[in-house]
Design a protein around this ligand. Structure first.
Ligand SMILES: [Cu+2]
Length: 646
């Protein structure tokens, strides 16, 4: 069942009608040419004081923020449109930037490359006579423009041969053949043809009819909730157990969570004001001609909203699912609806807590349920599932499920790639990493928050520790932005605590949530490399900034072809105070990927993420009030196995 909410709240994303109205206002008042591209049309989200003033049922004032590209003038504009006044509130040219590449440009670039005589000649040299069977992807060029190309809007195009539409699109790389294209004019500036490696032979099929016999011993597994799910919607506000939050969506970030709060003792206690994936960078490690440019900022250089999948019940999601649609737009400003873009459901999550009392001979057991909010995007070869989990014990978790197809290059038969791994004869999967940056505008019981680094230390053996067994947690307040640039330290059990110094808990400590890292890694690209110049945020795992309205993306607003240094590295040079203020946590985490043969032809899901865990936020285990399982626990006496608890 899908719901298509209308605007009832200031944080509701723009509707299709509002996007169309924004475009109409801009066309009418600014005399825009037909070739102008609407890169991003998004709700101008109200500031916290505006939100606080809003009362249910009151009319909602709406503004749209717009990024436009005029290809003829090679100029980017930012505009704010009042949807109530049907007028432009603000309009400015932004010199020296390249906004994100739109999916329309991506498609038009491929057409331009296929039509280019130099490209066709290079294909013919490889025995490929049908250019329409060649897939040429528009990858951003980063800082690798050649002399004379500066200031142009550039893409380069790795390409693959796809004999039949049902073939794996990435099975047959055309090695060493790349075009560089000016996306404003769709002119192919140059064709690089540097290799005589043959196109690998295998088609890499992964569909059910391409992989041989399917296993036949899977019995049905149904998730049944006969009384329906235990969550409710009111517009885009969702309530489940003691959680309340709003579901947002932007063209750049996709799924966004707003105003996440927990009901405690008849009081709504805020925890996170806004949570989103604010950047995703994939640096690749192959220095070979052309391929050294391989990296993508999927959020900042493209925007993942339009890449969002329309989800299917029973496939992407199982059980009592509720969906929300998402509205996106193409580069001409035409809105389209992605049905079932956001999936919500609850899952049994095994054990919540248990104790067996040996003396009383009784067991108290509670089963855990978690609430799942998710969306899946397809970024060319890769799929990323973005999951947020809410638990009954107050924990918030986020996880990315990475799947899809690894990025490939071709090698001479018999050669072993140095910067990738063979996944099939003549086919290499390039070494790479995926870096995510989650932006968390925190609000732990209010906006007066402090941040501490906490780790555990061995106490030196001495009078205070004569037996050498002592260890203790040591907390250090991170008072400024520079102090808050941190790395994970799992061997010293490091985490970061966000507390509210104005709200003591029952044991006299400030109420707090902690950010608990999961697996993580650092980039292996050299510090001065283009990808790290533009994505300097990847060099630290944690950054903390005092909230500032314009600070939304860790690599800045326009990482595409940027000279570097923007975003977190730039803002935090001011070394602003982080004491008792509205803090924004930026947690960057990487998934390191040296491919396996088993990742081919489509890779099994890999997970990476982190948690926000209450740490003195509640007065006791907040899940004590979860009732025992409704049906008395029993052993499956007549079954060979007992599958009740795990
Ligand atoms: Cu990967």
């Amino acid at each position: 069942m899908a719901t298509t909410p209308t605007v009832t709240h200031p944080l509701d994303p723009l509707t299709a009608e509002e996007i169309a109205r924004t475009v109409q206002v801009l066309r009418r008042t600014r005399g825009l040419g037909e070739d102008v591209r609407f890169v991003e049309i998004v709700l101008r989200e109200p500031e916290k004081d505006e939100l606080a003033r809003h009362r249910d049922g009151e009319p909602v004032g709406r503004d749209a923020s717009v990024v436009l590209l005029d290809p003829s003038a090679q100029t980017t504009y930012e505009a704010v449109v009042s949807l109530d006044d049907h007028d432009v509130r603000a309009w400015r040219a932004v010199p020296g930037v390249q906004p994100a590449i739109t999916l329309d440009e991506y498609a038009e670039c491929e057409q331009a490359v296929r039509a280019d005589p130099r490209f066709r000649e290079a294909l013919a040299r490889r025995g490929i006579t049908e250019p329409d069977k060649v897939m040429a992807e528009a990858w951003t060029l980063g800082g690798h423009a050649e002399p004379g190309e500066e200031g142009r809007r550039l893409a380069w195009t790795p390409c693959w041969y796809r004999e039949r539409v049902e073939d794996n699109a990435y099975a047959r790389p055309i090695e060493g053949l790349f075009a560089v294209v000016d996306l404003n004019t769709m002119e192919v500036l140059r064709v690089e043809d540097t290799s005589d490696v043959p196109v690998p032979p295998a088609s890499g099929g992964y569909r059910a009819d391409q992989v041989g016999p399917l296993r036949d011993d899977l019995k049905p597994l149904e998730i049944v909730q006969p009384e329906g799910p235990s969550f409710t919607f009111d517009g885009r506000e969702v309530r489940w157990q003691k959680w309340r939050f709003r579901v947002g969506f932007t063209p750049r970030e996709g799924l966004v969570l707003h105003t996440l709060a927990y009901e405690d003792d008849a009081r709504w206690r805020p925890i996170v004001h806004r949570a989103s994936y604010a950047e995703l960078v994939i640096p690749y490690g192959d220095p070979s001609p052309g391929r050294f440019r391989t990296n993508a900022y999927d959020i900042g250089e493209y925007g993942i909203g339009p890449m969002t999948n329309s989800l299917e019940l029973g496939c992407d999601c199982l059980g009592e699912i509720r969906y929300m649609d998402a509205v996106v737009h193409d580069s001409r400003g035409t809105p389209t609806t992605i049905t079932n873009a956001i999936c919500m459901h609850e899952e049994d999550f095994g054990l919540l807590w248990k104790h067996y009392d040996w003396t009383a001979e009784d067991a108290e057991v509670r089963r855990s349920r978690r609430f799942v909010i998710s969306s899946i995007i397809t970024a060319a070869n890769y799929e990323y599932g973005f999951y947020w989990y809410l638990y009954q014990d107050g924990t918030i978790e986020t996880e990315v499920k990475l799947t899809g197809i690894v990025l490939t290059s071709a090698v001479h038969p018999g050669d072993r790639p140095e910067y990738g791994r063979l996944v099939s004869p003549g086919l290499s999967a390039l070494n790479h990493q995926h870096f995510f940056c989650v932006r968390l505008d925190m609000c732990v019981d209010g906006f007066d928050n402090d941040v501490h680094e906490v780790h555990t230390e061995t106490v030196p053996v001495g009078p205070a520790n004569p037996h050498g067994n002592a260890f203790k947690a040591v907390a250090t307040q991170l008072r400024t932005e520079r102090e808050a640039q941190q790395l994970i330290d799992p061997l010293n059990a490091r985490f970061w605590r966000v507390s509210n110094p104005t709200r003591p808990n029952g044991v006299g400590e400030p109420v707090a949530y902690k950010l608990l890292p999961g697996a993580n890694v650092l980039p292996f690209a050299a510090p001065g490399s283009d990808v790290l110049q533009r994505g300097g945020f990847m060099q630290k795992h944690l950054w903390v900034t005092p909230y500032a309205p314009g600070e939304r993306y860790p690599a800045g607003d326009y990482p595409n072809q940027h000279r570097g240094g923007a975003g977190l590295p730039e803002w935090t040079q001011a070394d602003r105070s982080l004491e008792s203020t509205n803090v924004v946590l930026w947690y960057a985490f990487g998934s390191h990927h040296i491919a396996r043969v088993e990742d081919w032809p489509v890779m099994p899901v890999v997970r990476v993420g982190f948690s926000l865990v209450p740490d003195g936020f509640f007065e006791r285990n907040p899940a004590l009030d979860v009732p025992p399982p409704r049906h008395a626990c029993h052993t499956n006496g007549d079954q060979q196995t007992s599958g009740e608890e795990m």
